[in-house]
Design a protein around this ligand. Structure first.
Ligand code: MN
Ligand code: MN
Length: 318
């Protein structure tokens, strides 16, 4: 049983909120330099470290992209489905929740997002036309689009490993169906679960070492310097910089200045580094630049999703 009044509750909320806001910060910061090469960034910005908008998407200052808004769509669907939806999915008794997630992605897409990856678009259109909940396995689906948006699934299932795995893969397979995408989604999710449980940098490094031992594709030493949307490059980049830098700001700045899919690598590095330091220690000069509606949606969802996790584990253990 979780006592919601225990001080552990506040620590967990701070870390979960830190992860979600860290994701949005990394996204907003990185989007400015998305698809640029490190040398181009250096020439244009020196070291890029301010949330200023622009980039190829011509963003407003503080605007986030699909990485954050698809996560919010997933989070909304989970809150709608409730712990019953998750339990049902976990126990193999129906996929109503997955359909709800598909509907949420479709509504997100119809809302005219500022950007949308090709594999995501294909999966959403397939869901729309055929109602299909699982994309066919495809060598070309090893992009980072499923892993980038999985944070709400991690929060909603914190006390329940089986539910975490089922839900993460189900939301992923709506658009991406590839062994390495699955491994990245679960692996990054596991690192996040550890950090939300209060694990420190030493434990994080141990977890990472164990993971890349099992999945050598993600080995990041020596770092090859590739930060593309290919999930292997994305994961290597994120693991490299969060291992290297314990400070939130250092980790996120180093990640986005690697360029290429900088909003997504930035979002995922921000997620892990934000969980590590907690919301209260996020740099105010970045937090204050995010759009207020984004901060509000993230804060509301964080408490809702953690409440969902508590209901889920009460049902499991009660
Ligand atoms: Mn993006
Ligand atoms: Mn991106």
């Amino acid at each position: 049983m979780t006592d919601p009044h225990a001080s552990g509750f506040h620590a967990r909320f701070d870390k979960a909120l830190g992860a979600y806001l860290g994701l949005a910060i990394g996204d907003a910061l990185g989007a400015t330099v998305e698809f640029m090469r490190p040398r181009e960034i250096l020439l244009q910005y020196g070291t890029h470290r301010d949330i200023v908008g622009g980039g190829w998407l011509k963003l407003a200052r503080g605007q986030v992209t699909d990485d954050t808004t698809m996560s919010l769509a997933l989070g909304e669907a989970l809150l709608l489905g409730g712990h019953r939806g998750i339990t049902q999915l976990r126990d193999g008794q129906g996929d109503a929740l997955v359909r709800q997630i598909g509907e949420a992605y479709l509504a997100w897409w119809r809302g005219g997002p500022v950007d949308c990856g090709n594999t995501c678009r294909r999966g959403i259109l397939r869901f729309m036309h055929e109602g299909s909940l699982v994309a066919p396995e495809n060598e070309g689906d090893a992009g980072n689009g499923a892993a980038m948006r999985n944070l709400p699934a991690v929060l909603a299932t914190l006390g329940d490993r089986a539910a975490f795995e089922k839900l993460s893969l189900a939301q992923a397979h709506l658009t991406h169906h590839h062994r390495l995408s699955d491994a990245a989604t679960l692996g990054l999710g596991s690192l996040l679960r550890g950090l939300l449980a209060g694990e420190d940098q030493a434990r994080l490094r141990e977890r990472i070492a164990r993971w890349v031992n099992e999945e050598p594709a993600f080995r990041h030493t020596p770092y090859r310097g590739r930060a593309t949307a290919y999930v292997v490059d994305t994961v290597q980049t994120v693991l490299h910089f969060v291992s290297e830098h314990e400070d939130f700001e250092d980790a996120v700045v180093a990640t986005v200045n690697q360029g290429d899919d900088a909003d997504t690598t930035g979002a995922l590095a921000g997620m892990l580094a934000g969980a590590r330091c907690g919301a209260a220690r996020l740099p105010w000069r970045w937090l204050s630049r995010l759009q207020p509606a984004t901060v509000r949606a993230i804060t509301d969802q964080t408490s809702g999703l953690l409440a969902l996790a508590d209901q889920l584990s009460e049902v499991a253990h009660g």
